[in-house]
Write a protein that binds this ligand. Sequence first.
Ligand SMILES: [Mg+2]
Length: 150
Amino acid sequence: MRLVEDLQMVFPKLDLTPTIESTMIKLAEEVGECSEIVGKVRGMSGEDRKSVLLKLLSRDMGREIAEVMSRQVEIEADALTAITQKYQKLRDRVQAQELGDQEIQARIARELLDVMQTCATFMYQLDVDLDKLLEEHQEKLIRRGYLKQI
Ligand SMILES: [Mg+2]
């Protein structure tokens, strides 16, 4: 039971009732978000890095506003102002090309965490002996030489 408990400590079972299909769609979505940063923001798609970043910031800002508005009926102007100011500062930094590689890597890491959480959420829905499968997985990694004994 140790490995599953460790997994659940880092990527908990969510208070949701997802289906395998909805989780698969979510996983594809999160992989897409991660790919977008890895490819587009790092200039591998041929698109202008600044335009890509500004688009991503607009989307993030929209999501943050939607989150705030979903928690309340009344529109809280102060909360919207704070979000607007936060994103204006980020947009200014993008314009000035001040957004460094470390911040881009942090964005990639955040998306990877979304991917990992979604993978865990997917796994928890399967009727399998996950501890046994995790042990088999580790044994496979060791057998193939990808990992030394744990
Ligand atoms: Mg995401």
